[in-house]
Design a protein around this ligand. Sequence first.
Ligand code: 59V
Length: 514
Amino acid sequence: GMAPDASLSDDEKKFFPLKTVANVITLFESILKRTTEPDLALLSIIVGCIENTLTCNYQILGGSKSTVLPTAVDETSEKVLTIAPIRREDDFPEIEWSTVEALYIKFRAVIKSSVDLTHYGCPEFATRELIKRVSDVIWNTLTRSYYKDRAHLQSLYSYLTGNKLDCFGVALAVVAGCQVLGYDDVHLALSEDHAWVIFGPEAKETAEVTWHGKGNEDKRGQPVDPGIQARSWLYVSGNPVICSRFTEVASLVSSINPSITATIDSLEVASLQQSLLWVLYDTGHLTRYPMALGNLADLEELNPTPGRCPCGQLFSQAIEVARRCYGNSHVYPYTYQGGYFYRNRMYKEALESWANAADAIRSYNYSREDEEIYKEFLEIANELIPFVMKVEGSGHSARSILKDSECFAHLLRFYDGICQWEEGSCTPVLHIGWAKPLVNTISKFDSQVRRHVVISCSEMTEGEISAMKLPVGKAEFHREDLDANANQVVLPWSLEKEQKEKDERLVDNEVGGK
Ligand SMILES: FC(F)(F)Cc1cc2c(N3CCN(c4nnc(C(F)(F)F)s4)CC3)ncnc2s1
């Protein structure tokens, strides 16, 4: 039976001590199958305990000792990092119920003792003041100053054992705290780089509960400002993922971080995250969560699960969901997919994904809190695409993408999306650092190819476009939503001039019969 304050049945307690990934999966399956809503605090403590035990109990050996050492546990139970050749699956920490229960009871005590519900009139639905109070309790019990971007700060285990949380972790802790107080109208709202809560009778109220980025004053307690929300990527123009308890479980599983160092991951933690994401996938709780589908796809690319769909399909599913449920206002589904194509040398497909990502960003105005997506586009434009040009440039095969006008059209759409993102923004996007790789990339394409790309605009009717009798293989580049005055995409002037010279030379040659 269910003890009043613990959130596990006696049967579920029998799963402890948790000794393997399979044990954790069985426990989660049992909890997710039960009708009562899953207890966020309990699940966050369990996965946080496993993650932190398997990734944080290491010290890095001094650079000099580069020899491979067997894993040794010294008397202080500090594990010395090894580059042990074969990681054993059973290198799993035994998680005792008593450990988890103690932390769970501590969290409930912290929340219940700090929030006097009578002070808020014991409302049926949460109020802004009550949510602000819960946020303040978490906020005021965090360590004064610590490196907020560090890994493994996203779970209640981190909060309860180290008083440290990252910005997502604070939001999750507030929702878990409200659940402890009995308010199941308080839910997470997730954009691609921020989290806040929704609450109230029609779940229409919003409240900031955590900080965002560096050097930005936090707006905790305030509603998400519709004005801001409308145009900045940070608030995905009113299309956040609105979580249920189950998608909140998906977000805490998705935020599991298997990294031990920048280059080494814990195979057990990655395997746990992958298996839990499949459990959530099979129970339908990833259906409207593009980033979790992307996370699962990345894990599947590294370690395909036999009998499961290929990871490419998961990237595509995430894009489908973003288009169907979120007004194509999310960018990450395309950059997840573009990264996959790029890693697998499918460069034409990668260019198309990146152009689609630029289409998703073009209707936003760039605001100073959108740095994360700015960095994403900067890396694509100034690192990834130049690398593609380099490796493709050497191959003189007829099939090279430098001879493919569709690729050129994808490239123009990519840059055009970023240009339009900048238009109307208070903060500039492009600067001289973008120009060199941009011109370098565009001029890598064969002039014949550039000739074939027809830049047509939405002012033209379909009839006019088709009347242009484009020979087969020409790529059309339609700019759907143009500014009234700029109805023509102008190539950088230098290319146009060079273009004319090349064409004249070409015509001369043809006439000259060389
Ligand atoms: F709550 C915040 F503030 F943290 C915003 C959220 C982020 C995020 C996420 N991320 C962020 C994006 N992310 C990406 N990893 N690769 C990405 C891509 F560039 F390849 F697309 S994007 C890792 C996981 N994965 C699941 N859920 C969430 S909710």
